[in-house]
Design a protein around this ligand. Sequence first.
Ligand SMILES: Nc1ncnc2c1ncn2[C@@H]1O[C@H](COP(=O)(O)OP(=O)(O)OP(=O)(O)O)[C@@H](O)[C@H]1O
Length: 298
Amino acid sequence: MNAMLREKESTAAAPLAAHGLTHSYEGSNVLRGVDLALEPGSVLGLIGRNGAGKSTLIRAMLGLLKPLSGNTFVFGEPALKLSDAAKARLAYVPQQPEALAWLTAQQMLDYVGRFYPRWDADFAGTTLERWKILPNKLLGKLSPGERQRVDLIRALASQPELLVLDEPAAALDPVARRELLREVALRAGESGTTVLFSTHIVSDLERVASEIAFLHEGRLLLRCGVDETKERYARLWLPASKSAAAPAQALSRRRHDDGSLSMVVERDMHGHWPEAANLPGARIDALGLEDLFVEIAE
Ligand SMILES: Nc1ncnc2c1ncn2[C@@H]1O[C@H](COP(=O)(O)OP(=O)(O)OP(=O)(O)O)[C@@H](O)[C@H]1O
């Protein structure tokens, strides 16, 4: 199958897809050719350091920002010309919600609810109470964490098919974060909601994501199932005498004071580590998710 046909098919099936996305701000490249498509019902955790380009990628994928080049699709429609019907199936929570600050939480939820055919007013009411938000307080007077919670309630009450959360945990305390993640996992499991969320908290990924994508300096360095990472990636140590045999394709490479080398390597399509792993003195160490990210991102 040729590449264009494959792109067309993956776009049609994917609730959210981007192809060859590039973007720059003031001449500095932030996205450098990102391809990313979400399977229906998957929960994809997008991880990367501060400034890696996560928010830019999310905004471009949703058509909230016109990329320099590349195409983005939501439910198969071009994201920049999204129909109202598609918008009603999608919910997005930005990192710092600011809109409608002059309304109270209850007024905002009542107002917004009218635009969503599957709006769950009971959920909105009971969750406001459970998350201890005063319904009659102006949004502009809520703390950033409370504001983010109201926006999360807005997103969840619309019962979206696609839920996109930009660092949902940023302003939440650990208890609220766990509650939110539980709710997200529940939605994905019970209703088949497709979820994309960005984070730099590895434990959040481990709790709810079925897949992870690692964005580093505008490129997707790694994309795989959460359970798969430990099997697929590891740290290879080579003594100084064998460092010349280091495989060319390593995700990261570090030289130590004694001349030895360590690098993150991936199994090949047959499940084998690079050949250098069999050299005398070489060692393969398992990597937890957090170590993997730190190794690659440094
Ligand atoms: N409107 C803008 N104008 C100029 N530069 C911008 C703008 N928005 C983002 N940037 C820059 O682009 C880079 C990527 O920003 P982005 O917000 O996408 O990263 P991020 O991965 O979401 O970061 P964080 O984890 O800190 O939220 C950063 O260096 C940021 O300073």
